[in-house]
Design a protein around this ligand. Sequence first.
Ligand code: COA
Length: 446
Amino acid sequence: MNARELYRNKLISIPDAVAMVQSHQCIGTAMAAAEPVGMLTELANHRDRLDDVTVWVCLPLRQYNFILKPEMSGHFFVENWFYGAPDRAVHPEGRTSYIPNNLHQASSGKLSASGGKLNVYWGTCTPPDAHGYMSLSLSLVIEKQMIDAADLVVLEVNEQLPRTLGDTQIHISEVDYVVENHTPPFELPSAPPAPWEQTIGGYVADLIADGSTIQLGIGGIPNAITALLMDHHDLGVHTEMFTTGLVDLFEAGVITGRKKSVWPGKMVGAFALGEQKLYDFMDNNIAVEFQQGRITNDPFVIGKNYKMVSVNTALQVDCGGQVCSQSIGPRHFSGTGGQLDTHRGAQLSPGGRGIIALRSTARNGTISTIVPMLAEGAAVTVPGQDVDTIVTEYGVAELKGRSVKARTEALIRIAHPDFRAWIREEVERLGIVPRLVVPGYTPATA
Ligand code: COA
């Protein structure tokens, strides 16, 4: 049977695909802009015949009824590697729970917990080429390992998805069924950098030497930083998430990959989330190499890059250097994602550096993000023993190898001036640093 016939034989409707799911089964799904919109939308319509179905998701981007509606309780339970807006909103209702993970081990950890079993996998892909090969398109973070483990693999074929290159190819013979749904991929708009983001971007840009390889994380600040790198030369990209700003840097000739030591000449990453401009850029682009998250985010692979600089953002940093990027106190907000992977990996690289860049205040300037101790219940994303460099709009604090006392001094200098005295008083009162000023002692960072 040729590839075209094979495709026709495997093509079924979305309701028929969802009808294959049985009560008490587990469905693994592709993440973010690769999410199978048609099947995830249809799932809620099967509520009455399904009980106790677990759905594994990662950064869901759309408003799906099976996640959002209270009447789904008992029918569907969501286990989530990285919260997006919908599951963050319904978390208090108890139908979703976070899976703690470092991204490079997300699939393998989950599959080890399930005894290697996954009943159903739903993902997305491009239409097949003349030889029957489809591209998994916008994410390879967790997808291939789930495809390998699943008893039943159904892919949603979408002609609006870019045919990305790298390890994204899958042959029609390797899937059980295909459905068709041509929804445009989710777009994440980028805003022009605010003045405080430009200041932070300027400090970060100064820490990135020409010829470095960069990783930019998720969030407003990492995206804004691309605009401040326009005067750099010969940057390379080894990232987890491809963002729209990277296209601007490529088109301006800043990203060449010429000095890269791992996949020279290629921009390497595991998923893409941004504007249509990014998705158009990725289509059949030999300069863009998608690899599985277990590879792109392996700290030892990251560390083989020459002058690797990772740039991520956070919600709070305490005076010992513990970074919280995934919760606001006990309230779960997002996930660790690849933050610890990339922060650690960058420090393994010759000439590398891990940067956490954040605004010094939140909530309209009413609270400091640099704090004596993390809020009660806050999750630690980067432990103090792994932390390297913290940047705010007030400067750069190099924490690696410094004592808690020296870290505190350095962090107070980059905290918002309105909160510096409060931090000083609190670290002393709590006994974190009993006496910040010791006569005759000057911290090494001063
Ligand atoms: N205390 C209380 N609330 C805070 C806060 C603090 N210290 N810091 C920020 N907030 C609030 C903001 O006011 C905002 O509230 P709103 O949604 O009501 O407006 C919210 O938290 C989000 O803050 P914001 O700075 O806009 O977030 P962002 O979209 O830039 O994302 C992270 C920042 C840290 C949440 C995001 O980068 C993340 O999840 N990182 C972890 C994963 C990661 O870095 N992976 C890297 C590889 S891709």
